[in-house]
Write a protein that binds this ligand. Sequence first.
Ligand SMILES: Cc1cc2nc3c(=O)[nH]c(=O)nc-3n(C[C@H](O)[C@H](O)[C@H](O)COP(=O)(O)OP(=O)(O)OC[C@H]3O[C@@H](n4cnc5c(N)ncnc54)[C@H](O)[C@@H]3O)c2cc1C
Ligand code: SF4
Length: 511
Amino acid sequence: MVTRRLILILGDQLSHNISSLKDASPDQDEILMCEVRDETDYVGHHKKKIAFIFSAMRHFAEELREKGWTVHYTRLTDDKNSGSFVGELKRHVENLKPDGIRLTEPAEWRVHKDISGWADNQSLPVDFCPDHRFICPIDAFISWAEDRKTLRMEYFYRDMRRKTGLLMDGDDPEGSKWNYDAENRKPASDDLFMPKPIRFRADDLTDEVLDLVETEFNDNFGELRPFHFAVTREEALRALNKFIKEMLPYFGDYQDAMLSGQKFLYHSILSPYINVGLLEPMEVCEKAQQAYYDGDAPLNAVEGFIRQIIGWREYVRGIYWFSGPEYVDSNALKADRPLPWFYWSGETKMACVKAVVDQTREEAYAHHIQRLMVTGTFALITGIDPHDVHEWYLAVYIDAFEWVEAPNTIGMSQFADGGKLGSKPYAASGAYINRMSDYCENCHYKVSQKTGEGACPFNPLYWHFLDRNRETLKDNGRLKRAYSTWDRMSQEKRSDYLKTAEHYLEQIESL
Ligand SMILES: Cc1cc2nc3c(=O)[nH]c(=O)nc-3n(C[C@H](O)[C@H](O)[C@H](O)COP(=O)(O)OP(=O)(O)OC[C@H]3O[C@@H](n4cnc5c(N)ncnc54)[C@H](O)[C@@H]3O)c2cc1C
Ligand code: SF4
């Protein structure tokens, strides 16, 4: 007897070779895709993010139909839409009476728990397929992590290089060094030529989604238009090719730089496409590697780029699944201040924070150092509740899915996991931002001023952070120098720092 399966494809599984479609056939199996309120509403996502995911889903469904598949597609505003994946599964099982359900493992605890909870009570077989788009399977990461006292990305990354063979020269790393990060910290100047990321014109399907988002999510954060993201694989491949040709050669040198008026520098803006499945991580890395072998991009750039994908991206996904659903509630530093309103409004006198929030509102994008060392560091040194910070990052960025966002926010940026992911907190004074950006040139605050009215808030707040968290952080080897500098300061200087910091914390909303 022929088995008729209903294959559920989620909004971040838009890959034609996704594991749930392997060995399936349009002649006997059918596909279910759904836009549900559970997913649009668990945080108030940026308007561009909702539009991107729905438009990419609708285009993917069309492509599947063109290949002969029957796709049952629930639109957000369909009368019978139950609002949840489980509700839609129930409804379609009742109507279509399939012999079984199949899906690729959901990438997040929340969705996995809902669907597997439902599946446990079904007489119908429900088959979860591993997600082969990731290079390191979850159980392989767990075995790697379980054996170790400390988890460090660098060792994991070397294993991924060996496993994939990327930038390997036999058993050795290409160029005889694993990591070229030390060469990747140049500040950028605004006379450099910066190519713009490719922009795509919205077609009728995207226009329809933009209208839907305008009506249904008008109060959400962010500017919806202009909307120029790729929404199909063909467009995402064009974005990839442009990046490899024009930006990759400079990616390494200016990876950590920030410039007002230059929102993208030489970054790839590929994370949204990789995260929803329009591009596969390995194909992206192989293209970058080829550019190095063809002599079109230097090793420091290509290694730096590949490390972000087979290193950081795979590593944070492993940490997410290794740590369990309670990871997002971690709060090792017991930070409990609410998120200041200017994270939404951008109304702050701090030029760096304003630039990053304004850009985030317009583009649903900020690059890694903006996320880590501006909005992230400010939240860390002022002691904002990490769960609030996590929900903000999850809402405002187009590439934000909990499996990748939470380890970056809770672990890397807020040190709320107590150092599971990173070896030290990313706390810094204004000097770092001044070195890596031009933000300080037009700021209300003076970056060279350490204390008193008008001092850059990052300066006293950095020391306040170290002082108030001393009990928890004092044994961290990478903070030893900072604590001994603090201890060598005169009592009067320390007290000036703390007084200015406390004054700023009291009026944090008007900074
Ligand atoms: C607080 C915070 C929150 C973050 N939230 C997210 C998120 O929700 N979704 C997300 O995809 N990334 C997140 N990141 C990681 C990183 O900032 C983005 O992946 C990157 O900025 C995306 O822009 P890009 O494609 O231009 O990246 P590029 O700088 O061009 O890097 C190339 C690719 O490497 C990968 N990558 C780079 N850094 C990381 C990293 N730390 N973790 C995982 N993948 C990485 C991405 O796939 C990216 O497309 C976060 C970082 C921080 C500090
Ligand atoms: S002076 Fe301080 S607050 Fe102003 S832009 Fe520089 S780092 Fe940011």
